[in-house]
Each structure stands twice: as structure tokens, then as C-alpha cells.
Design a protein around this ligand. Sequence first.
Ligand SMILES: Cc1cc2nc3c(=O)[nH]c(=O)nc-3n(C[C@H](O)[C@H](O)[C@H](O)COP(=O)(O)OP(=O)(O)OC[C@H]3O[C@@H](n4cnc5c(N)ncnc54)[C@H](O)[C@@H]3O)c2cc1C
Ligand SMILES: NC(=O)c1ccc[n+]([C@@H]2O[C@H](COP(=O)([O-])OP(=O)(O)OC[C@H]3O[C@@H](n4cnc5c(N)ncnc54)[C@H](O)[C@@H]3O)[C@@H](O)[C@H]2O)c1
Ligand code: SF4
Ligand code: FES
Length: 807
Amino acid sequence: MKADREKLVVIGNGMAGISTVEQILKLSGSYDITVFGSEPHPNYNRIMLSYVLDGSKTIEDIILNDLTWYEEHGIKLYTDTTVARIDSMAKQVITEDGALVPYDKVIIATGSNPLMLPIPGCDKQGVVGFRKIEDCSNMMEAAKRYGKAAVIGGGLLGLEAAKGLVSLGMEVTVVHLMEDLMERQLDHQAASMLKAELERQGIRFAMGKQTEELLGQERVEGLRFTDGTELSCDFVVMAAGIKPNIGVAKASGIAVHKGIIVDDYMRTSMHHVYAVGECTEHRGVCYGLVAPLFEQGNVLAKHVCGVHTQPYEGSVVSTKLKISGVDVFSAGEFIEGPAHTVIVSQNDWKRTYKKILLRDGKITGAVLFGDVSEAAPLQKMVKEHTEMTDEIYGEVMGGGHCGSGGVARKVLSVESMAGEEIVCGCNGVTKQMIVDAITEQGLKTVDEIKASTGATRSCGGCKPVVEQILQYVLGDDFQTAAKQGICGCTSLSRDEIVAEIRAKGLKTTREVMHVLGWSQPEGCSKCRPALNYYLGMIDPAEHEDEKASRFVNERLHANIQKDGTYTVVPRMYGGVTTPEDLKRIADVSLKYDVKVVKVTGGQRLDLIGVKKEDLPKIWEELDMPSGYAYAKSLRTVKTCVGSQFCRFGTQDSMAIGALLERKFERLDFPAKFKMAVNGCPRNCAESCTKDIGIVGNDGGWEIFIGGNGGIKPRIADSFCKVKTDLELIDICSALIQFYRETGKYLERTSEWVERLGLESIRSAVLDNETQRKQLIERVEFALLQVEEPWKKVLEQPGTRRMLYEQV
Ligand SMILES: Cc1cc2nc3c(=O)[nH]c(=O)nc-3n(C[C@H](O)[C@H](O)[C@H](O)COP(=O)(O)OP(=O)(O)OC[C@H]3O[C@@H](n4cnc5c(N)ncnc54)[C@H](O)[C@@H]3O)c2cc1C
Ligand SMILES: NC(=O)c1ccc[n+]([C@@H]2O[C@H](COP(=O)([O-])OP(=O)(O)OC[C@H]3O[C@@H](n4cnc5c(N)ncnc54)[C@H](O)[C@@H]3O)[C@@H](O)[C@H]2O)c1
Ligand code: SF4
Ligand code: FES
């Protein structure tokens, strides 16, 4: 920590806290930043939890800033650490476990907590809120074991939770207090159309019901309502609203009401302490959406960096439900009164509904159902209280002045947008910022705009408008540019990049980026490791592995844990070990105070809780090969006991498993890679969920590919049968090399098989003998180049000191 820098402590590692930090980093390098987060994760996109629940995204997909980002920006991150209070006299932040951290300035960004209704029985097992990754995991687990869910609350959150649980196969009833769903955003007509559409999608409703008790013994078994009726269920999600999380502020003597009271520069009542996001109350309003927190964060970042800024004067919010097939939009006023002029258009055949409210001829609210293509211009008009004209009427209600309809009308509407108009409410990105990024950086795709400006990064609702701006700025070039690259830095696909590397003989990631015209000269965390992999795959002998392009776990040859310690996982070929190896593992575990020794699902031992500086010493004393538990490489070959001991065994699965693990260990793959070998079709080592699964039979072996047991499970496909061990090894070698050569970086075989199709893999690996031989030759050559990473570190005292011992 540099002495001359001011110390900024951020309490809350969520969307508001970190987006403010991102802004501060852009404006000034003058802060030493420390971030505390109660959750055990880096900053993630909470909005996207709805997509994780319905299976369309994974947890990895929703991480906004991974641990490397904090490291690269010199931010000290304490995950899983809750701050208790701020001591303004001592200028220290005090955590719940008693740690003291000094500050010059503090930003409180503690968000909200779900409102858990204090109904008798609410503490029973099976009752959850929906706010965090853990809640999502609980719901996904529950869906595997239980059949009937009740969701209390028919607001945005409850409906998105209900849809997710239906997608997971549960029978779901939404219990709602009012007669209309989303009564805070929709009028009766739109709410009725929404309910009908969601019923079509399989959600049931209990409307106008107030829950008075949760029934059951230890676990919830049902709900009883105040009208005496009951609903049976074995899982309950409470989605009846949120409460700003004001605990830290209250305990520190900061003025609070519903939220932490802030002024127009996000200052709290305590000197040098600011607040941002859902935990705040600004001019009497607590917000529950992301657009306001970005607007607040922009003002706050400028204020603390000494950059002139307009004050924050409040936000006009709009909402969009994130359920596929249900397009609903609402902004501003939505229930008419005597002072309103109402414009309504309804089409029962197309199931669309549009309502615009005017006060004194000015647009003050809008509700759309079924067709939300006019959402962006309407949001702007509501915000600005635009005067209704014949032209606007024609444009937003259709069939009016422009007459051109469709795309032309949309392009016209982006053309007429003012530069300072916010296009992406979730990330506070204006039209001008997007136009500048396109013209100044030569961007050509939505993904490139996302990487450069952040627009479309969250709910994705602004993607159509971003596309329209792209089309408007690029004109005729738009069609040719519409293709997606591997990341925002390039429009080139994986295959094009690999072809260019081969054709031009490119050697380093920098050279690739330079020659192939990357929009960001340094690349990004998506393309750098991918290029490093492709270069190594193409030229294994000449390629100098670029450590800096690898993810942190791969750079350190160890998995970082949430408390900052690391794991050590030695190889146990085929899951077999010896008393001598076990003794050494026990000795180092005792000597270096390893917190937990865990038997993994891959049949080996994981030494968890190792200090970074102890890693080289442990590997030195273990004198065993690394298990590569951190790498995009062969992890384990799980085996059953097979014919050596099992009375059903027809093949020697342990010997073949160990042989395959020894053969392919240390080789780089596009993604992590797991194998299994079984002695007979009883399949005790579960070949069906492995990248390559092998099952012994009386006449030889059957090979399966493309299995996955992770977040997107997939049962492996039967690929072929072989008679001898030699044939088995040849086919595995060719398959592995074909995957290495055609797989996209980070693409598991489950996705690769789906993308290429089983038949095309068979034709490359099985049908063409010459091609198979060449694949085998190339993998053998690549295998000659691999080396044990820890041996290398231990032989290089400089690397050892730099990577591990300088704390
Ligand atoms: C499932 C779901 C879907 C959503 N969808 C949308 C949407 O489509 N559009 C939209 O606009 N909004 C949506 N929202 C709301 C949006 O996610 C929130 O407005 C936003 O996350 C608020 O950000 P925040 O940083 O203020 O709070 P949070 O994201 O809640 O972050 C606060 C963080 O502070 C941590 N913290 C709290 N107290 C302490 C402490 N004492 N010490 C250390 N750390 C602490 C918390 O653990 C948390 O990680 C959705 C919310 C959910 C749950
Ligand atoms: N797509 C999105 O924009 C989106 C999605 C999810 C969550 N969110 C945000 O997350 C926050 C939480 O969402 P939410 O839906 O829980 O809040 P909410 O306040 O918008 O809705 C809660 C709903 O629960 C109902 N309710 C209250 N008490 C009840 C009871 N006892 N029984 C049955 N129903 C009851 C209310 O009538 C209300 O409609 C909000 O700020 C929301 O804006 C936004
Ligand atoms: S898969 Fe067959 S050989 Fe292997 S342990 Fe099970 S029963 Fe025995
Ligand atoms: S408006 Fe949500 S990502 Fe842009």
C-alpha cells in the first residue's frame, strides 16, 4: 500500500459497490481500495440469478469481476466477511470477527435483504428467499428432491422465481395478496394478460390470498390462508419484497429511516461516509432496481474523485420482466385518474396491449404487453415528460406518420435520440458513449460494444437498441459486421483465428492481437487465455507458454479458495495410491497445518487450506506429480476395481485407467477433461458423465464421449467399440487430439459433441485411417513437450520467490 494514497473502504461487494469502484478506477488512481463482501463470491450480476435458476446461464456466466480483476487493480478483497460498524473517531471499519481496517473514506453499498414475512412457521425447513447464489443453489437442489413449490408474492421476483422452478420440473403456485399480479407496475388489463400467459407456461396462481401459517413439522408441508383454505407444498420461496440493509449504518450512528439517508452527492450524515445502491434512501425513495444505482454510482464516483458532477436528483424507473415469451414493460404512471388522458390499443388476437398516460398533454406513463419494441423511446419520453404530438402518436402507436414501420422506423427512432440519452439503464451507458465507441474504436458487434462500454452486460433488455445504433452508425457495413467474434476485442471467430495463426505463422498473443487488428491492444481476460491455448496447440514445440495470459489458478498451479488459501492435489493414477504416498501426505498435512483433507469425487486427496508461501515446500516434500486440479487439462481418470479384484470384472480397468492418466497428464485441453474406466457394463465408475468414458465388456471395450455431470449434465454418447487395449489407446489419442484441434477454448466435450455432431467426429477419428494416424502423431508430439510444473518451479528459485514467497 502506497503511503500517499487515500484509503477507500467499500462495504458491500455487490453491483452498486463495484460499479462505483469501476467508475472511480476510470477517473482516478489515487485510492487504495479495500472491499468487504458478506458473500463468498466475487462481484456477480444479481439480475441474472433468474437465468441461472431457469437453467439458461451458469454461475460462471454471471460473474462480472473475477478474482483476477481485483488482483489486477490492486483491490484488497475480503469475501465472506461482514462489516459490523464504522468507528468514525478512530476512522476504522470493524468487521464482525473483530478485524480493524483504517479508512479515509467509506462507501456503504450493503444492498437489501429479502422480506421474510414473520408468519408462524416461517422458520421451517424448505423456506427460502431469492437473493443470492446460495438461494439459487438451494432452489435447484430442492427441485431435485421435492415436487410442489409455493412462491409467496406475485411481483417481478416471485414470477421470475416461479418460472425458474417450473423449468426445473416443479409444480408451482404463486400465492399473491392482491387480485392483480405486479400491481406496483401494471394496470388490471396488462396484469390479466400476464397471468393468462404465465398460466399457459405452467404456473398456477392463488390470488387474493394472505398466508397466516406455514404448516408442517420440521419441514414445510403447506400454507394456510386467512380465508381458511390451504395449499399443500414442500418448498416455499418468499418473494414479498425487500428491506434495505441498514445494519452497518445504524450500528455506526448514521441517520437512517427506511434506508440510509443520503443527499444529492450520496453523502450520509457521517463525515467521509457515503452510501450507494439499494441500501440508500434518497429524497424519501428507496430503489429496488439497478438503473438508479448506476446513476447514483456515477455521481458518487465523480464526487469522491473531485470531478465536477451534476447532483443526483432521483431516477425514473422502468421495469421489464425477464421471462422468455412474456414481454411486459412499464414506466412511470400506470393507473389512470381523472387528470389523465389515456391512449389505449389492444389486440386480443395478437395478445398485445399498449397504454400511454398523458397529463396536460405530456407523456407521464406507459404500459406495454406482448410487443415491447417501443419500450426504449417510451421510457425516454416518460422520463422527459415529452409533449404528445401526432408524429409521436403515429410512431409509438404504429401506422402513423412514418408509415415505414419495422426496422426503418426503429433506426429513425435511434437517430432522433439525444446523445446523452441512456440506452442501457442497467449500466448507465448513453447513446453518445456507444456511438463514440463504434466510431473511435472501429467496433462492429454488440459483443464488442459490451466489452468496451458495458451496455447489454446485465438484463440484456437494451440489446435491440444497441443493435439499432450499430446499424444506424455503420449503415451498409452493418450486414458484413454482424458476425460475432470470440470476445469484444475482435470480430474473428475461433476458426478464423486458428486459420490465421497457422497461415501467418503467428507466435505470441501480442502478435496475434496486433496482426489481426484487435480493438483493445492488451486483449481481455476472455481472449488472452484462449489465444495462449490455440498457439500452444498449433505449435507445441515452439510456443513459449505465456503465464500472464493464464487464469490465476493456472499461474500458481493451485486452486485459490474463498479464504485466500490454496489446495494441493497430488496425482493418484487411476485413483490408486500406496501406504508410502499416504504417509507422506499425512506428514505434510500435519506439518503445514492443512485445514481439511478431502477425498474428491475423482478418487484422490485434496489438501485444503494451504498458505501460498507453503505451496512450494509441500510439493518439495511430497515429491509427487501435480494432479492439475486447477487446469484446463486432464483432471482424473476414475476407475472401478475391475478384473483384478471384482468378480464381475471382465477388463483390467485400474491398469488401463492408470495408463491413460499417465499418458495424457499435463497436456493442455480446451477445457477441463475427465475420464473413467469400468471393468464391466455395471459402470461403477460412472462413465456416462465423463468427457471420455470407457466400459469393459467380454469382447473388449466400449468408448463413450461428451458426458458431463456438472451444471449442464449430459449423458455421454456411445462412440465405438474396440477389441484390444492398443486400439483403445489409439482411439482415445485421436479423439483427444481432434478435440484439442477443433474445440473452442473453454468448450467442454459435451458442448463440442453437440456442436460438431457425433457423425462428423466419427468420420474424422474412425472412418479415415490416415487422418487418425496423423492425429495420433500430433498428440504424441505434443506430449513430448509437457513437463511437471512443480518440478520446474522448484528448480527455479527466482520464480519460486516471485510467485509464492513474496507475500
Ligand atoms: C433474482 C433477482 C433478479 C433481479 N432482476 C433485476 C432486473 O431484471 N432488473 C433490475 O433492475 N434489478 C433486478 N434485481 C434487483 C438488483 O439485483 C438490485 O437492484 C441490485 O443488485 C442492487 O445492488 P446493490 O449493490 O445495492 O445490492 P446487492 O447486489 O444486494 O449487494 C450488496 C452486497 O453487500 C453485501 N453486504 C451486505 N451487508 C454487508 C456487510 N455488513 N459487510 C459486508 N458486505 C455486506 C451483501 O452480501 C451483498 O453481496 C434483481 C434482484 C434479484 C434478487
Ligand atoms: N425484472 C426485474 O426488474 C426484477 C426481477 C426480480 C427482482 N427485481 C427487484 O427485486 C426486488 C424484490 O422483488 P419483489 O418482487 O420481491 O418485490 P416487490 O415489492 O416488487 O413485489 C412483492 C409482491 O409481493 C406481494 N406481497 C406482499 N406481501 C405478500 C403476502 N403476504 N402474500 C402474498 N403476496 C404478498 C406484493 O403485493 C407485491 O406484488 C424489487 O425491488 C424488484 O424490483 C426486479
Ligand atoms: S464396473 Fe463391473 S468390474 Fe467394475 S467394479 Fe463395477 S461390477 Fe466390478
Ligand atoms: S438495460 Fe439491462 S443490460 Fe442494458
